[in-house]
Design a protein around this ligand. Structure first.
Ligand code: 13P
Ligand code: SF4
Length: 328
């Protein structure tokens, strides 16, 4: 029997989550790709960099991380004395899966004159093998600080790496991973949609392939896309990232229209992240109640992984977060 099926009938989940949050001195952190009802109850909603910064700064005893496993592990690496719970331990990431630590280690060893600039969407083991972690909102600021003669391995997202490489005119050795969600957008369907809304700009996440990013008027992280949505002068925006972020746009700008970019089937259902979707209100309730499933990391590994995360937090310290709720 799962924890969810043991819920007493008639449980008022929102009231119970609120009670447990206070009782446990817990903070609920949620990514923009979470379901609207989760975004609305979270203490803070943000992108990967903002959530890392929040996890490092909060004085809560418990962090309930409504996102995916690499995000909750990041919180534990930065705040080892806190209890970090993840509503569903199966909430992984295709980018993390694409980069097994032993293969990444061999790749690094084959290129000893390169530093490893690594996207935060990876395992703790891969973070421990890396020099500097980046998120999509901090990558450009950090790359600009690395001397031009320094050779770089970038993993595991080849699309983000390729985008940075083109923008900075800088060769990097790219690990061949992709996000299955952003990979699923269709250029043909996007152009059909654009033809129906010729005045609507396109905002795309850099995890999208060049066939999508090349049509975009704005390319940036989830918080960057949200900021663009709040400032673009038009009436309609086409959004090429996981569609749950549109919830924040509709809340902030109810008079404007936000359209999710289509997948190959002509609608955006294939662009819902199946890992993020595993989190539910029921699982948030049970993990606050049971303080399980809990993230645990062996101390030597944690200390090693923290070095590359600390490097990111220091180098990205001028990067301003644009999270919506600042209650932590
Ligand atoms: P950001 O929120 O940092 O842009 O990352 C997007 C993403 O895919 C998280 O898994
Ligand atoms: Fe991973 Fe892509 Fe899901 Fe983000 S959206 S968690 S990168 S699979």
């Amino acid at each position: 029997m799962t924890a969810e099926t043991r819920l007493p009938t008639g449980t008022d989940l929102l009231a119970e989550i609120d009670r447990l949050r206070k009782e446990r001195n817990a903070v609920i952190l949620a990514h923009y790709y979470q379901k609207p009802e989760i975004q609305d109850l979270a203490d803070f909603v943000g992108d990967s960099l903002q959530l890392s910064q929040m996890a490092a700064e909060t004085d809560a005893d418990v962090i309930c991380f409504s996102g995916v496993k690499f995000m909750a592990e990041t919180a534990k690496i930065l705040s080892p004395d806190k209890i970090v719970v993840l509503p569903d331990m199966d909430a992984g990431c295709s980018l993390e899966d694409s980069c097994p630590p032993e293969k990444f280690k061999a790749f690094r060893e084959a290129h000893p004159d390169h530093i490893a600039l690594t996207y935060i969407n990876c395992s703790t083991e891969v973070k421990a093998l890396s020099d500097i972690i980046v998120t999509s909102s901090s990558a450009e600021t950090i790359l600009a600080q690395i001397p031009p003669e320094q050779k770089i391995i970038f993993g595991p997202d080849r699309h983000l790496g390729g985008y940075l490489s083109r923008k900075f005119n800088r060769d990097m050795l790219l690990w061949p991973g992709v996000c299955i969600v952003h990979e699923a957008f269709s250029e043909t369907e996007l152009l059909k949609l654009k033809a129906q809304h010729p005045d609507a700009p396109i905002a795309a996440h850099p995890e999208c392939p060049p066939s999508i990013v090349d049509h975009a008027d704005y390319v940036g992280s989830t918080s960057g896309i949200l900021q663009f949505a709040k400032t673009f002068p038009g009436q309609t925006l086409i959004v090429a990232t996981e569609p749950h972020i549109i919830h924040q746009m509709e809340k902030a700008l109810p008079e404007k229209t936000f359209i999710g970019a289509p997948g190959a089937d002509g609608n955006c259902s294939c662009n819902v992240c199946p890992y993020m979707a595993l989190n539910t209100l029921e699982k948030i309730y049970t993990c606050l109640r049971d303080l399980e499933p809990r993230i645990e990391i062996e101390e030597g590994l944690r200390i090693q992984a923290k070095k590359s995360l600390d490097a990111m937090l220091t180098m990205a310290s001028g990067t301003v977060g644009q999270g919506d709720l600042g209650k932590v």
